[in-house]
Ligand binder design. Structure first.
Ligand code: URA
Length: 503
């Protein structure tokens, strides 16, 4: 019997190197014992903790090896399909002890049966696919249920304890690095720990549950947040237990609220009926998903702004959704006479889900006030609905969307325009001007006057509020600010005039 000892339970590179060698030697699946447990009498093969991949596995013969069997026909040039590599990389994260043997058996069979992976009825393939799905679910649950707690204030440091259903800690970690780029955090699990210092992800050995961080004030925040997003009208206790299995509850501060929330659900549901935005009909969600997949709505256009807000969350027309917290749809009255279009949500808008609530939003609000234009009477949106950024240290730095992203997102802006039908659209900055007018429209040469739009509305192009924030020279800043206010005033008056004329 050949014993293969991997450097860790998830040492894919070690498994692959050993599997290649064994297959080349013609060692059949029954003649191999795979393990990742350390032999008490020999040093660990990789030296370092649970996450150490890329180290070749140790092999030993515990019994004389069976005579090598000839490799099936296609010889040494045999390559495996990418689908198998993807499958194997997921399956190795499963906790089942037979996963390594199963993978080798599949590899062994693949040489004779090159289409094996495409046969879902094959018991080995079916089992591997089930494991792959279970691993994907475990990653998804980890993304959803990890809760950070503040463990140090100087510097601010967070930690979370989590017990994933499978060994997915490293696989799940990049998501947290993208989502919580600005925080210093560690996720502790029994299998491995991952730490992010704002720049680098580090992996170390798993820890004992006793080392998990204890309760603190952050808990209260989580509970408040959960209580506010909990939607009693959609309460389906069975689903909830399925989606948030009890095993995760003890690590979730908000789980303590669940019994109380269930008790008061009916009462709260009644109170919500009047206030809640109407949920999008299935027709629209289905169309949105089709749209996300095919890039076309196939005729099923959203018929309300609520539908747009729901559908844009599943938009996959470009890649910006990947690193954003959420899409930020426009906000304001359904038939506002005035629409403002910015470039894209910033860091704070991405977290809040609302346009212009961060520093640029403050400049915008102050200028609107000076211009006598009430923001609540206008529809405020962006040319691009997801936050494009790159991490720099602890911050997420805004990146200007490219032409392809603006074009991909224009469908949403056009849908908002079609539904709101504003009299006047104000484009804030060059990106918005291009999206609204449909061609490059330099601000300095075109601001201060109304431009006719093909759909009979009027457009005004003006500075983006962030531009004012960036101007280094105080005089230039004052001048630009005055022009900006003037443009907003012109837009407000024009919208009022056209609206009165139409009535
Ligand atoms: N900048 C924008 O263009 N839009 C926002 O919503 C925020 C900042």
């Amino acid at each position: 019997m050949r014993v293969v000892r991997l450097a860790s339970e998830i040492d894919f590179d070690g498994w692959r190197a050993a599997a290649r060698r064994l297959r080349a030697e013609g060692v059949s699946p029954e003649a191999i014992a795979w393990t990742a447990e350390r032999d008490l009498f020999s040093p660990p093969p990789c030296g370092e903790g649970a996450g150490g991949g890329g180290v070749s596995a140790e092999m030993a013969d515990s019994e004389p090896a069976p005579p090598p069997q000839p490799l099936p026909t296609r010889g040494r040039g045999f390559t495996v399909p990418t689908a198998f590599v993807d499958l194997a990389q997921a399956v190795i994260l499963h906790r089942a002890s037979d996963r390594l043997a199963l993978l080798y058996r599949l590899l062994w069979r693949l040489e004779r049966e090159p289409r094996l992976i495409d046969n879902p009825a094959d018991p080995d393939v079916a089992r591997a696919r089930d494991m792959q799905k279970a691993v994907a679910r475990a990653i998804h649950k980890m993304h959803a249920f990890v809760r950070f707690r503040l463990i140090e204030t100087d510097p601010e440091t967070y930690a979370a304890w989590f017990e994933p259903a499978h060994r997915v800690t490293e696989a799940a970690a990049p998501f947290f690095a993208r989502r919580f780029t600005n925080m210093t955090w560690t996720i502790l699990t029994p299998d491995a720990c991952v730490a992010w210092d704002g720049q680098t992800l580090r992996v170390s050995d798993g820890v004992d549950p006793a080392d998990a961080p204890s309760e603190d004030a952050q808990e209260e925040l989580w509970r408040t947040y959960y209580a506010s997003i909990f939607n009693p009208a959609r309460l389906n206790e069975k689903m909830m237990r399925q989606e948030m299995p009890k095993r995760y509850w003890r690590n979730l501060p908000e789980a303590r609220l669940i019994p109380q929330l269930i008790e008061t659900a009916q009462e709260r549901a009644a109170a919500m009926v009047a206030a809640a935005p109407s949920p999008p009909p299935d027709r629209v969600l289905k169309a949105a998903l089709r749209h996300a997949r095919d890039g076309a709505f196939n005729g099923d256009l959203p018929t309300s702004l609520d539908e747009v807000a729901a559908a844009v969350q599943v938009c996959r027309r470009c890649d910006l959704w990947r690193d954003a917290t959420q899409a930020v749809p426009g906000q304001g009255p359904a038939h506002a006479p005035l629409m403002f279009v910015g470039e894209q949500p910033g860091d704070q808008e991405d977290l809040a889900g609302q346009p212009f609530v961060g520093p640029a939003g403050q400049v915008f609000d102050a200028a609107l006030k000076e211009a006598g234009v009430p923001r609540e009477q206008a529809f405020v949106t962006n040319a691009v609905k997801h936050f494009k950024h790159e991490p720099r240290g602890k911050r997420r730095i805004h990146k200007t969307p490219d032409r392809g992203e603006v074009t991909a997102c224009r469908w949403w802006l056009d849908t908002e325009r079609r539904l709101v039908r504003p009299r006047v659209i104000v484009a804030l900055g060059a990106t918005a001007a291009h999206a609204v007018i449909g061609r490059a429209t330099p601000i300095a040469a075109n601001r201060g006057r109304a431009l006719h739009l093909p759909d009979q509305g009027q457009a005004i192009v003006t500075y983006h509020p962030s531009f004012l924030l960036r101007l280094p020279d105080a005089d230039a800043r004052d001048r630009a600010h005055a022009e900006f206010v003037e443009d907003l005033r012109l837009a407000g008056e024009l919208a009022k005039l056209i609206d009165q004329g139409a009535q």
